[in-house]
Design a protein around this ligand. Structure first.
Ligand code: FPP
Length: 243
């Protein structure tokens, strides 16, 4: 079955991806780890194209976790450089393709240059209607929840909110993803089957897909397979399927 044969309701509105396996791909090819990340950027381009063509409206990519600061300084530097170069270089094409870019994650640890670039790409692409690309950069779901709890506590202290009025919406609206619907499909490449601090609250009803393929080898065909698997799933949200 090809992408355009998928029924409209079978297309996930929001796909979120944990891009894993760049280091292993580099090792397999006798290359340095940063070369795996360079190859990974090609996969980002391919998957973004495939997602837009397939009718996906939101694509979230886990580009750098809070825990990734613990990697060797040279690798962290290489990822930062690659991220900045890619987003700046791609901006005109993203605007042309109607892609809006949003960054989620804590900005306080970035250099002022990185913060400026992030602000600029968000501003330049804000009119994009076709697809929203969310880049999780210095993102950690638990940290996001801690910040949300602090925000809610401040609102209660100021008398803007009563504790008993806290609802699921209150929490969703306090997260970095407040303007973004919950993911329908979460993909993690490279055969690892864990969430690693990614969208823990938002993933409550997501479908999961864990292909063996390493991120630099994840292409349009692999993305198409993920959409087919999603289309074949029976999402019940705790209910029963009607016969
Ligand atoms: C995971 O592979 C990959 C990362 C931690 C970095 C991903 C970053 C990019 C592809 C560049 C970001 C750029 C844009 C434009 C989004 P790994 O290094 O954990 O692989 P391993 O588990 O095989 O070691």
């Amino acid at each position: 079955m090809s992408d355009n044969m998928l029924k409209q309701e079978a297309i996930p509105q929001h796909v979120a991806i944990i891009m894993d396996g760049n280091g292993r791909w580099a090792k397999q090819h006798g290359k340095e780890r940063y070369e795996g990340h360079i190859a990974g950027v090609e996969s980002v381009r391919r998957v973004l194209r495939a997602a837009a063509a397939g009718g996906v409206k939101y694509l979230t990519l886990y580009a750098f976790s809070t825990e990734n600061w613990g990697r060797p300084a040279a690798e962290v530097e290489a990822i930062m450089e690659l991220f900045c170069k890619s987003v700046v270089g791609e901006t005109p094409e993203l605007v042309k393709q109607g892609v809006r870019v949003q960054i989620i994650g804590e900005r306080s640890r970035f250099s002022s240059r990185v913060v400026e670039l992030i602000d600029e790409i968000e501003r330049t692409t804000e009119g994009g209607q076709r697809l929203t690309l969310i880049l999780a950069f210095n993102y950690s779901s638990r940290r996001e929840l801690v910040l949300a709890m602090q925000d809610i506590a401040h609102r209660i202290r100021k008398g803007e909110l009563a504790a008993e009025d806290i609802s699921e919406e209150t929490i969703s609206e306090s997260l970095m993803t407040r303007t973004i619907p919950d993911p329908d499909l979460i993909i993690r490449t490279s055969g690892e089957c864990r969430l690693s601090n990614f969208l823990l609250w938002q993933a409550s009803y997501a479908e999961f897909y864990f292909p063996e393929v390493l991120w630099p080898d994840f292409d349009e065909v692999e993305f198409g397979k993920a959409l087919e698997v999603y289309a074949s799933r029976d999402r019940r949200y705790g209910l029963v399927t009607e016969e």
